[in-house]
Structure formats: C-alpha cells, structure tokens
Design a protein around this ligand. Structure first.
Ligand code: TYD
Ligand code: MG
Length: 452
C-alpha cells in the first residue's frame, strides 16, 4: 500500500513545506501552516486528466472552428464577454461585496434560462432570499434551478446529474472540498475547488461562472489567485455609493480585453446603460478651476470623463498625492514632468485627483488632462470653456499620440464640445465639424494655451 505523505500548507498563499514551521517560507505569514495530505488529485492527476489520449500533431491539421457564443440576453454583459457565453468556458466575476454580482447573475440566468438549462448554486444565500430577490427584480424565476450547497462533493454530482448548460457558483469562497483540510475561503480551498470545477466544465461542456469576492486584503484568497485557471476574468468597478457599475474584462480567451460594460443600479436591479459617454461628467456645469474633460477609449467605445484636481497648500512634512480612479504613481511622475518642463512646481502642495463617476482610468491618454486640471487648480483659473483633451505625456515633456484619435474627437463633437487639445500626430486631416483643434507637440504648449 502506498504510504500517505503529508505536507504543510499555508492557509494564506497555499505554499507547501515538508516540515512544520512557525512562519510560512513563501509569504512570510505567521501560524498559517497546517498539515495536509499531499493527494494525487491536486498533483499530477490534474495534468493527466487534461491530456489523456492526446498525441502530438501539426497545428495545420487541427480544424479550428469558430466557437459558438450564446448571448445571455444582457447586452452590456455580452459586450464584455465578447459576444456571449462560450460552451465549456469558465468565467470569473470579481468585485467588492455588495456591488451587485449576485443581482447581475440572477438577471443573466433568468434571461438565459428561456433557451438553456441553467443552475444557480449559492453558498451564501438561502432559496428564500434568492426567490425574494427574483421577485424584486421582476425576472422570471421559473426556469432557474437552484441549489443551496457549499460542499463540492455534493455540487459536482448535482451538475453531472442535471447537466445544465450554464452554472453560477456564488461564491467560490464559500465552497469547501474534503480533499483539503483548511477552512473554506482559504487559498488552498479556493484553488482546489476552482480547479475541480474547471475540469468539470471542460469535460462536460457546461459553462461555469464563478463569483469571487475581492477581500479586504486585496489579493490573497481573492479572485486573483484564480485568474490563471479560468478563461475569462471580469471585474466590477465603481464604488457602491454611486449608482453606476462598470464591468471590465481583464482577461478573455474568447474576446477583447478592457471592454467595459456599464450598468446603473436601480430598484429593479442592474440596467445596461447603452449610451454612456456623458455619464462621467459632473452635473455641475459652471466652469470651475481644477476640472478637465478627457476623452478615454474603453474597449471599443470612447467615453468622456471629467478629471478633477484639487491643489492646496501642504501643512504637513510630506505633501499628499492622492488619486481616485487614476494611478497614484503616474501622478507623482507627471508632477515631476510638469515642474521640469513647464516650470510649474507643486512640491509644497497637496494634490488630490478624482475621476468623476467612479470609473477607473488606466490608459496614459489621461496624462494631459491630469496635468491641465492640476495647473488649473493651482492657478485657481478654469480651463477654456467646452474643452476636451487627450494625450500621453512622456518623461521628456513630449505629448505622445494615442490610439483612435479620430473616434475620440467625433464623440466629443457629438456631445457639444467646442475645442480640443490633442497630440500633434492625432490632429485630424479633415476638420471635425464644430470642433476647434489645437495640436501640441510638447507639454509646455498645452499649458501655455490654457493660460489664455
Ligand atoms: P448583491 O448582488 O447582493 O451584491 P454582491 O452579490 O456583489 O455581494 O447586491 C446588493 C446590493 O445591490 C445591495 O446593496 C442592494 C442593491 N440592490 C439594488 O439597489 N436594487 C436591486 O434591485 C437589488 C436586487 C439590489
Ligand atoms: Mg452576493
């Protein structure tokens, strides 16, 4: 008989050591190691099951079929999924607790349920709670099968027996498999459960949607540990206080990434916002200092987002640089560029930066808007009226072009903006109707233009 081998597994990072120690040698956490059986299921077995019967072949001999997608009926969700749910796909939806994951998925399942067999597995809420929510959302619950269960050993046979086409697991952190001894929600449990569900999805062709809460600590035991295993990773953005919710595709084996789906949370659940370009402008329309409108390109859609800066005398030893929705490190860099190349110093000032509406902007095309809003706040003078800007700023003070300049300008003109500061290389060859274009090559030119 084979000897049972035990190892010590960290509950934080799932790292393993052969001997017990007080501190995990992988992540440095204290008292997190617990004795586990090194089971073949979480070792070589996983790889064997993927690859049984495969032989080496030429890629040209493989017939590549276009994967069929089934739209789930919620346009904004289909947009981020790249057109719909693919058979056998594993989709991870992450987000803060209370942001609307369960709401959206119940809406999606009841819409999908009209044509396909669907199953909702909840380890968090009772059937009564889900039924109550379904009646609040006014969706048709008659075709949604429901299972309240947290044991993986009961969930897998249920999926096999029911053979649904789409399964929602809400949430992966509540699941528990007997093969791992640590508590539900720990990294080793989350990983093992997700790995087994993924295997099941690939074997049976059932699409599985995993819900993952972003934990307070951020990365550990949260959805991030699963990103490499699944086909598609979607994250909810936007804060729970505003009514807008954004879903972004971070990874998608079946579609484009960075596509953004935009919803509004209403009494009746999440409603897609089909024409969102103006929702990130503040409703305050008088010209104020420190505000600059940026045209950002999220996936295939241009969006107008207002960037607000507040620059104020610093009364501490270290000036604050805080950002909401924009990158903090990039702000520090842009302040240095602004000082060095345009002679505007802010080293004795606190700088606060906010992207209106809770949207997160990662693209460097926001640089010019950030700089101009800071300059405007520092001088306490509003920027010219009806102005939009975009452009990346380099360390040498040059303004670099960004992708899809023409589309951005068209969208701005459509929304009634009258002038635009753009990188020289993005200047349109033909004039855009209603828009006065100021093409700049260097940061100083943009700052000088705004001085008026
Ligand atoms: P929920 O889907 O339970 O969040 P998650 O599963 O991500 O934790 O969403 C809960 C929030 O949504 C809650 O604060 C109430 C709000 N909500 C509405 O505003 N309208 C609705 O119709 C529903 C169902 C929820
Ligand atoms: Mg929930």
């Amino acid at each position: 008989m084979a000897k049972i081998k035990t190892v010590y597994t960290c509950g934080e990072c799932a790292g393993q050591t052969p001997k017990w120690q007080g501190q995990c040698p992988h992540c440095g956490a204290w008292n997190t190691l617990s004795e586990t059986v090194s089971s073949p299921a979480s070792g070589g077995g996983r790889f064997q099951s993927w690859s049984t019967g495969s032989s080496v072949q030429l890629l040209s001999d493989v017939t590549a079929e276009e994967v069929p997608r089934d739209p789930c009926g919620i346009d904004e969700l289909d947009r981020v999924l790249g057109g719909g749910i693919v058979r056998g796909a594993v989709i991870l939806i992450g987000g803060d607790p209370g942001i609307g994951k369960s709401t959206l998925l119940l809406q999606a399942l009841s819409a999908t349920g009209e044509r396909r067999k669907v199953l909702y597995v909840s380890g968090e809420e009772s059937p009564q709670q889900i039924a109550l929510r379904a009646s609040r959302l006014a969706v048709d619950p008659s075709r949604v099968r429901f299972l309240a269960e947290i044991r993986l050993e009961a969930i897998l046979p249920a999926i096999r027996k029911e053979a649904p086409e789409v399964v929602v697991i809400d949430s992966i952190q509540t699941l528990y498999t007997e093969q791992v001894t640590s508590a539900p929600g720990s990294v080793s449990q989350v990983r093992e459960c997700a790995a087994q569900l993924t295997r099941m999805a690939k074997e049976t062709g059932t699409a599985i949607i995993l819900v993952g809460h972003v934990t307070k600590e951020g990365a550990l035991a949260g959805p991030r540990v699963l990103e490499h295993m699944v086909d598609t990773v979607l994250y909810f953005e936007g804060d729970t206080h505003s009514s807008y919710r954004m879903i972004r595709a971070i990874k998608n084996r079946f579609g484009a990434v960075n596509e953004l789906g935009i919803f509004a949370m209403t009494e009746r659940g999440l409603r897609g916002v089909s024409n969102p370009s103006a929702i990130f402008l503040s409703s305050y329309r008088d010209d104020v200092a420190g505000s600059c409108v940026l045209v950002t390109q999220e996936g295939t859609r241009p969006l107008l987002v207002e960037v607000q800066a507040l620059v104020d005398d610093c009364h501490g030893f270290q000036p604050k640089r805080l950002t909401v929705g924009l990158e903090q490190n990039r702000l520090a860099m842009l302040l240095a560029v602004l000082h060095r190349h345009a002679g505007v110093a802010a080293f004795d000032q606190d700088v606060f930066l906010n992207a209106v509406g809770g949207v997160k902007i990662a693209e460097p095309a926001a640089d010019l808007a950030v700089i101009l809003s800071i300059v405007s706040s520092l001088r306490n003078r509003p920027l010219p009226e009806k102005l939009v800007v975009f452009g990346e700023v380099g360390l040498a003070g040059e303004v670099r072009p960004v992708a899809r300049g023409q589309e951005r300008l068209k969208e701005a003109a459509k929304l009634g903006f009258a002038r635009a500061i753009v990188p020289r290389a993005n200047a349109p060859r033909q004039p855009v109707e209603g828009l006065e274009i100021h093409a700049v090559e260097r940061l100083e030119e943009a700052v000088a233009f705004c001085r008026g």
